[in-house]
Design a protein around this ligand. Structure first.
Ligand code: UDP
Ligand code: MG
Length: 202
């Protein structure tokens, strides 16, 4: 098999998630157990909690895992952007590295994508975060829904699936990761969403 031929790339930004990394890797591996391995790309966004060492070890032990390492913290948008640049898969998945996103949802997102959408966003309908995060987010999403005309409830869900052309067409920096469905919509890509399981941050 050509090592560069991946159908699915999974891009995961990591800033100080050392306690989650091995659990996350095992969860993803078990979801893909009887399938072709995905290309797994971790972006270490200047972690200082030992994530860097753990990720280097994971890369040595797993040929399907790639690592981009930042010497300092550039933020989630830049991390995702670098991951998008490296991703070889026809389908690109993003998810957070803090175990709040459930890898079991990856194939539900892809099923929806295969119904003919360019991008599918997760909707944390039953969001396991404190009210101080949930209310500002409701207002943010309401305003974006009106401004963009997209029927998306959760623009900023970490768990998303894209056709390769979408990640090749958008550039992320600053806080733009919060607006990705809007950026995609602006470029005439079709955007849909599905409800996804969300877990509390441990
Ligand atoms: N993250 C990152 N750089 C940062 C902040 C966060 O790469 O400067 C990563 C973080 O490790 C996690 C994801 O982005 O994998 C989402 O971060 P967080 O859980 O803090 O965001 P929230 O769930 O509140 O949206
Ligand atoms: Mg989180």
């Amino acid at each position: 098999m050509n090592v560069n031929s991946y159908n699915i790339s999974i891009v995961i930004p990591i800033y100080n998630e050392n306690d989650s990394l091995k659990i996350l890797l095992n969860e993803i591996n078990s979801v893909f157990k009887n399938r072709k391995k995905p290309e797994l790309i971790f972006i270490d966004d200047g972690s200082s909690d030992g994530s860097t060492k753990t990720l280097k070890k994971i890369v040595l032990d797993n040929t399907h895992v790639k690592l981009i390492s930042f010497k300092k913290n550039y933020g989630k948008s830049i991390a995702l952007n670098e991951g998008f640049n490296l991703a070889k898969g026809d389908i690109v998945i993003t998810m957070d590295g803090d175990l709040q996103d459930d890898p079991k949802e990856i194939f539900s997102l892809i099923d929806k994508l295969n119904q003919g959408y360019d991008m599918v966003s997760g909707w944390k309908k039953n969001r396991k975060d404190p009210i101080s995060k949930r209310w500002p987010s409701k207002i943010f999403n309401f305003v974006l829904r009106i401004a963009t005309g997209l029927k998306i409830h959760d623009f900023n869900c970490g768990l998303k699936a894209y056709k390769k052309i979408v990640v090749n067409s958008i550039t992320l920096y600053g806080g733009l990761h919060r607006y990705i469905p809007a950026l995609a919509g602006q470029k005439n890509f079709s955007v849909s969403e599905i409800v996804v399981n969300h877990r509390p941050r441990k």
